[in-house]
Design a protein around this ligand. Structure first.
Ligand code: BGC
Length: 912
């Protein structure tokens, strides 16, 4: 057994970390042996690779620690200083006390921890533009001399707006849209790069291009300049020489600036580039910059500079068009075959001065033209003017679009499938999971969900990537986060975003609808029920999926202020009481249940339900963090709100006020009804669905919980009916219409009406993709035990149905590969399970009471490493440790409802 994939704060060898006690994690190499777990570990952290090689942990030597913990071990060595380089490795002991070899060494490096570490000044061009006038992108440069051999060099860099930084004509990284999006009035990220290899002996040149980005470009529906009037650069290059001496090249008044080929660049509007204005060699030594201007120095605004917590946006994939759908004169339309977020790389040969305009759209209209009405104010058009030097290849720098179709206007010559290439951009997140089953439409749905996530996890979890919005909508983020955490490792992404949520809190405790806020000047911003509550739900979900308690601890004060605010604003313990004069929220957004865009579930019902839910989550969080008084307070608050909810919204006969599907769903999901009334409420819910032609009537709020509530209530048959419904509203309707992402509206386009209201009709909105969680956790059966989160103890409970003949999912957890796959063949159900080392699982195999269940050919109770618990409500339950298992059982009834919600041996962390 050998530790591998060593991580520091979820990241692989991060540079520029400002977490003082970073957490270390590793995986254990999986052997075929069953029941592998770690009984002890030993971590060494050294200040040099040589010391580490000699097993001298001068920064930290944990000694042998008896523990099965292999994730989130907090560094507990000497106080780390700015720039500290930490080299580390780990060895472990298995369950029998055998020691492993040391892991391969890895490292992390601290960033600039003190404001005094910064010597750089903010520099900019003098031209700022206005609220609606975009100015060209400034190019900045500076030469400097390296006169001694270099041992190492680091660049610490950030910008107001966006930057692309190069040394001697080579970009310092492949990161895109750095420094990333934060509320720039509260904090700004900087990046740290190891640039040792980019320096030359003698004269060197540093260059940077600035884009407007979120800082001073158009953002949401705002005009330009939300956070400040102009882009600016702040950078310092720290060189350490072989003789031990150091020097710093920092941005200061000696830098020069001019404008180049980028005439305009805006995230929403697009980029305008004139290749005739390129300045070859501008970022290399010896370039003649006598005509360049002096930069201006901008006073520092005092905003906190922080190291990166998440992974930057990068080019993640390239996509070739599948067809040219229209060859109108000079205006070919390319079909990428996939709705993506990013931009295209253009390949063109044309005379100097010829301009092409590249337009983007998600869909085509009935006539086969680009449908762009739904982009609202985002012109999403790039423009390129040729320099005439043969074949020219161009990709814009500081913009992105949401599109499947691309039209190149003004194109001369023969367009081919090589004329454009789609470049997919999203935040760095590793793919961790997949779901697959016997139904092709459901498989396409899963693909669409993953594409929705790729397209909208760009710096912050956005609602959509195409129109003039693209904001960190909190409601959307919370309904989808659990699904997101199956498909990709989203821990670093949400760790960063939770900082934005905290920064967005009003002084009086309200949390907003979008984070980062785009109205930083507004005193109070309340997102309302289900949106503001993302502040609690998202970190809680990170705890469940990744066992992360640090995020709960770090943000506990924010969460508490939020709950205080809810308590202060509730009337008769009801949030959004009609007598209250504040913002009532977005209701059950876009539900097609007879209401307006808010749906027809009463807002005070949704308000009270989420008030109770947040209180309940807070009681769990407080308990976890060792705050018993707070835990007791929030438990009592939950009970109090629950009673108020019952008084106001549930009749003595168990009918929920309004009777909408969502009202029933929230009541059941958040445990708001007396136990005795649950069957009646479930019956009402199922009746409503049936009367609606086996179709759902839920919006953003109710949809994510709906299949879970039905499953828990023993009506998984109805959940499957909804899954397989092909008329709208349903998940598969859009799939049958050729969708390649999740639509914002159930009825974004219909035969009867055509396109829905273009004012709000995105074809890449992941919220309804929250069904993904149910596919993974219920259809394939990969679930979490909240008492042993991060799948330290997994709950494997596949639930076949809906006529599927096989389904399965895999998930690369913090401990390694976890998988569950089932197949029905000749009335035999086979369930194959993979459990990573150092974890355990409870497995529930659908099986009739007392039927024969085998594991790898022997009676399951006698199989090695399998502890049989017995039969519970139609499942054979057992506990297992790591390894690969194959259960088999013969049965004839695999579909239909199984009564009763069963806990499936839900005992945490059982030692085997
Ligand atoms: C966004 C949503 C968001 C909603 C709030 C819309 O404009 O696109 O996804 O949650 O506003 O109701």
């Amino acid at each position: 057994m050998k530790p591998f994939d060593l991580r520091c704060e979820y990241l692989n060898a991060p540079v520029g970390l400002d977490v003082l006690f970073p957490r270390l994690s590793w995986k254990l190499e999986s052997l075929c042996r069953r029941g592998v777990f770690q009984s002890a570990f030993h971590i060494l952290v050294a200040s040099s690779p040589e010391r580490l090689a000699k097993n001298h942990g001068d920064l930290w030597d944990s000694g042998k620690v008896e523990s099965d913990a292999s994730v989130h071990i907090s560094f507990a060595g000497v106080a780390l200083e700015s720039r500290a380089r930490c080299y580390w490795k780990v060895r472990v002991w298995d369950e029998a006390g055998n020691a492993s070899e040391w892991s391969e060494p890895t490292r992390w490096e601290m960033g600039l921890l003190n404001p005094a570490d910064w010597r750089a000044e903010w520099i900019a061009s003098s031209l700022a533009g206005g609220h609606r006038s975009i100015v060209p992108a400034p190019y900045l440069r500076k030469e400097f001399t390296v006169d001694r051999p270099v041992a190492s060099a680091r660049l610490y860099v950030t910008a107001h707006g966006l930057y692309e930084f190069s040394l001697n004509g080579r970009q310092v990284s492949a990161d895109v849209f750095t420094p990333g999006w934060t509320d720039y009035t509260k904090r700004i990220q900087y990046q740290a790069y190891d640039v040792t290899a980019l320096l030359n002996p003698g004269v060197n040149a540093a260059g940077a291009i600035l884009g407007d980005g979120w800082y001073c470009g158009y953002v949401g529906w705002n005009n330009r300049q939300t956070f400040g009037e102009r882009s600016a650069l702040l950078a310092q290059l720290e060189i350490e020489y072989a003789d031990g001496s150091r020097s710093v090249i920092a941005t200061d008044p000696s830098w020069k600036t001019t404008f180049g080929a980028i005439l305009e660049s805006d995230l929403l509007m697009g980029e305008i580039y004139d290749a005739r204005r390129e300045m070859p060699g501008w970022d290399t030594a010896g370039f003649h910059d006598a005509t360049w201007n002096n930069v201006i120095v901008i006073p520092d605004d005092g905003v906190r500079r922080v190291g990166m917590r998440g992974l930057p946006v990068r080019r993640q994939m390239e996509i070739k068009p599948i067809a040219i759908v229209s060859q109108g004169p000079g205006a070919p339309i390319f079909d990428l075959g996939q709705n993506i977020t990013g931009r295209v790389r253009l390949r063109i040969t044309a005379p100097a001065g010829m301009t092409v305009r590249i337009k983007h759209a998600e869909v085509l209209d009935e006539k086969g033209w680009l449908y762009i009405a739904n982009l609202r104010g985002a012109t999403a058009t790039d423009s390129y003017t040729c320099n005439g030097n043969g074949e020219e290849v161009w990709e814009p720098r500081f913009t992105f679009h949401g599109f499947r179709y691309v039209q190149v206007l003004g194109f001369v010559g023969e367009a081919t499938l090589d004329t454009v290439t789609g470049i997919v951009l999203h935040s760095g997140m590793e793919a961790t999971g997949d779901f697959e089953c016997s139904d092709p439409l459901v498989n396409q749905l899963q693909k669409n969900i993953q594409w929705g996530q790729r397209g909208n996890y760009l710096e912050v979890p956005t609602d959509c990537p195409q129109r003039d919005e693209r904001l960190g909508w909190m409601g959307d983020a919370q309904v989808f986060i659990r699904t997101g955490a199956f498909n990709f490792d989203v821990a670093p992404f949400f760790t960063k975003w939770q900082g934005e949520v905290a920064d967005s809190q009003s002084a009086t405790g309200e949390l907003p609808g979008v984070a980062p806020r785009i109205n930083p000047w507004k005193e109070v911003d309340d997102g309302g029920p289900a949106w503001a509550d993302a502040g609690v739900i998202c970190p809680w979900t990170l705890y469940l999926c990744y066992g992360d308690t640090a995020i709960l601890r770090e943000h506990y004060p924010t969460l508490k202020r939020f709950l205080d605010c809810l308590e202060a604003n509730a009337i008769d313990d009801i949030r959004c009481h009609p007598d209250w004069t504040g913002w009532m929220g977005f209701g059950d957004w876009l539900a097609l249940d007879g209401g307006d865009t808010f749906g027809s579930t009463p807002k005070d019902l949704i308000g009270a339900a989420f008030y109770a839910y947040s209180a309940q989550l807070m009681s769990k969080i407080a308990k976890l963090l060792g705050k018993p008084d707070d835990a007791a307070h929030y438990t009592a608050l939950f009970e109090k709100v629950k009673l108020a909810y019952q008084r106001r919204f549930i009749t003595a006969d168990g009918l929920v006020v309004s009777g909408t599907q969502t009202s029933c769903v929230l009541t059941l999901q958040f445990d708001l009804a007396p136990e005795s009334m649950r069957p009646q409420i479930l019956k009402t819910l199922v009746g409503k669905i049936e009367k609606n032609g086996n179709k759902l009537g839920t919006g953003f709020v109710g949809t994510s919980y709906l299949p879970h509530v039905l499953t828990q209530g023993g009506r998984i048959d109805m959940a499957y009916k909804l899954l397989f419904q092909k008329n709208w509203p349903s998940w598969l309707y859009a799939v049958t219409q050729g969708a390649t992402t999740i639509w914002e509206r159930w009825n974004g386009w219909t035969k009867e009406k055509g396109f829905e209201d273009p004012g709000m009709n995105s074809f890449n909105h992941y919220a309804y993709g929250a069904i993904g969680e149910w596919l993974y956790s219920t259809v394939a059966g990969l679930d979490i035990d909240p008492a042993a989160p991060a799948y330290k103890h997994a709950m494997i409970k596949p639930q076949p149905g809906g006529g599927l003949t096989h389904a399965g999912a895999r998930l690369n957890t913090l401990y390694g590969e976890l998988a569950s796959r089932w197949e029905i063949r000749d009335e035999t159900l086979v369930v194959e399970v993979v459990i990573p080392p150092n974890t355990t699982a409870s497995v529930c195999v659908p099986a009739a009471e007392d039927s024969l269940v085998t594991e790898s050919g022997v009676a399951a109770g006698q199989a090695p490493g399998v502890i049989a618990i017995g039969w519970e409500n139609g499942f054979f339950v057992c506990r297992i440790g790591s390894g690969t298992y194959r259960f088999e059982t013969r049965q004839n009834v695999l579909t239909g409802s199984r009564a009763g919600h069963i806990e499936c041996g839900r005992q945490a962390g059982v030692a085997l």
